[in-house]
Design a protein around this ligand. Structure first.
Ligand code: ADP
Length: 488
């Protein structure tokens, strides 16, 4: 019989409280899937301004939690709320660090004190656990912002019986963001100075927090099987491939699940007509609605290509900007919803002006519009340079919005290239990161769209896919249990 585990999720973001990307979706929904397997799951995250702006009701739990650090960071205040599935959420307040408009960076760049902000967060978590006397079996940390927790557990808390048997589990959602800071920040961690070495957190003269997470966690995972292989190579390893290779036997890939309560055209509360694969007619109404609200001026039978994304190099925007002229001569409409790097804002604004009514550019973060686009578009473009998992292609499949994706990371694991001869497949995939293969794939996709019979087959295959958390949550559970046997 599987025992009931006590699991603490430590994440810098989680839906519905604070979100910049897919990590929030995972940290908000995987706990629910684990709780429904019978576990006691709790979440800790910083009390950002974004959380305060939401309509959440939370109570003060600890007015003054002191966080021992070698500089004066002040105390934290801990608030708590009860989330669905009996999940307890702890919100760690220190307004000096978290009461800001954005989570990590403004459009002009990262907050200059991000090292302090997340060293404080990591150092506060063990103190919080002691203060509430909650001794989890597993602490599951996510991305660089939480990477110091496994380091603290294995160093300053090594002899502390309270923490001794806890399994530290570290998930990499994106290896490109490692939390690299100038060396002088090392002294802010309060860690023994010998850890600032090649075998420790030192990285080309800087401190690299993610490197610490990889070295000191019992188990490491990332969010797709393909990405867990790719990151061991120089092309995708962002300089940490050697460290990851050394930890190969403890490194796993588990594909993210998605929340079909939130992303399902049959129940979606943001779209004008609900539909599913058996009653698809609502999708046409959603397309008409998208055309109307976005200002697209296209033939009503022309396919709409859409993207919803952070505007970052990772997502293939350099390729797309180069391919745009060739895409725009096709009989298609294009809708982009995204925010991110300033230079892409400028580039895409110019594209919008060059192709009025044909390329619609919305430079904002807008969840309701994201849902309307998922439902109203015909194709979802993801020409990513790399993609740890990717959620939007998975959401798109359920909405019958066919992914056109580069075969990398989670995109490769979740999208199967459509074969018109066998009728198998769920989307369109190209391998080489270059303009020609992307444009050729888009053309191929459009020719299938124009063939009613093949298109129906493709929609039926795609909309039947099931990426709910059920399977992946069980896989995490298995790894927690194996890890507890091996390491604690
Ligand atoms: P990543 O985490 O790398 O940004 P994912 O595909 O894993 O990419 O997840 C992105 C998530 O963020 C999706 O839920 C997507 O809908 C959402 N998202 C990204 N940009 C926007 C935006 N401008 N407006 C609304 N939602 C967005």
């Amino acid at each position: 019989m599987i025992k009931k585990l006590k699991i603490l999720f430590v994440s810098p973001e989680a839906t519905p409280y604070a979100k910049t990307g897919g990590l929030a979706d995972v940290a908000g929904t995987l706990p629910m899937a684990l709780a429904s397997l019978g576990h006691d799951v709790r979440i800790v995250l910083p009390l950002y301004q974004a959380v305060k702006r939401g309509e959440f009701i939370y109570q003060e739990l600890i007015p003054r939690l002191s966080v021992p650090l070698p500089w004066d960071a002040g105390p934290a205040t801990v608030f708590t709320l009860q989330a669905p599935e009996d999940i307890r959420v702890y919100l760690l307040q220190n307004d000096r660090y978290y009461d800001r408009e954005y989570l990590y960076s403004t459009p002009q760049g990262d907050y200059p004190d991000n090292a302090q902000r997340f060293i404080f967060f990591c150092r506060a978590v063990p103190e919080l656990l002691k203060a509430i006397d909650f001794q989890p079996h597993v602490i599951h940390c996510h991305d660089w912002q939480t990477a110091l927790i496994p380091v603290y557990l294995k160093t300053i808390f090594r002899q502390d019986p309270f923490f001794r048997h806890i399994l530290s589990f570290y998930t990499i959602h994106n290896l490109a963001y490692q939390g690299i800071f100038p060396a002088e920040n090392f002294s802010l961690t309060g860690l023994p100075s010998e850890l600032f070495s090649i075998q420790g957190l030192e990285y080309w003269g800087n401190i690299n927090l993610m490197k610490g997470g990889i070295l000191f966690s019992d188990i490491i995972s990332t969010v797709s099987s393909k990405y867990s292989q790719e990151i061991r190579t120089p092309e995708y390893g962002y300089g940490l491939e050697g460290v990851l290779q050394d930890r190969s036997k403890d490194l796993y890939g588990i594909i993210n699940g998605v929340d079909y309560d939130e992303w399902n055209p049959a129940r979606d509360r943001f779209i004008v007509a609900n539909y599913d694969r058996r009653r698809i007619s609502g999708k046409k109404k959603c397309k008409d609605d998208l055309i109307a609200i976005s200002g697209l001026k296209i033939n009503k039978n022309s396919p709409i290509l859409a993207m919803i994304s952070r505007l970052a190099d990772q997502k293939g925007f350099d390729l797309l900007t180069q391919a745009m002229d060739q895409i725009m001569v096709l009989d298609v409409g294009f809708v982009l919803l995204g925010t991110g790097e300033e230079r892409y804002h400028t580039l895409f604004q110019a594209i919008g002006r060059r192709f009025p009514g044909k390329a619609i550019i919305k430079l904002e973060f807008n969840n309701a519009l994201a849902h309307k686009i998922e439902a109203g578009a015909d194709f979802f473009l993801m020409p990513s340079r790399y993609e740890p998992c990717g959620l939007n292609q998975i959401y798109s499949m359920k909405y019958g919005t066919i992914p056109i994706a580069r075969a990398t990371g989670g995109l490769d694991d979740t999208v199967e290239d459509f074969d018109p001869v066998t009728g198998r497949g769920t989307g369109f995939k190209f391998a080489q990161y270059a303009v020609e293969p992307l444009v050729t794939k888009i053309r191929e996709a459009i020719s299938i769209y124009q063939d009613k019979k093949l298109w129906r087959k493709l929609l039926a295959n795609t909309m039947a896919q099931d990426f709910s958390w059920k399977n992946s949550a069980k896989r995490y559970q298995e790894l927690y249990l194996e890890g507890l046997e091996r390491f604690s």
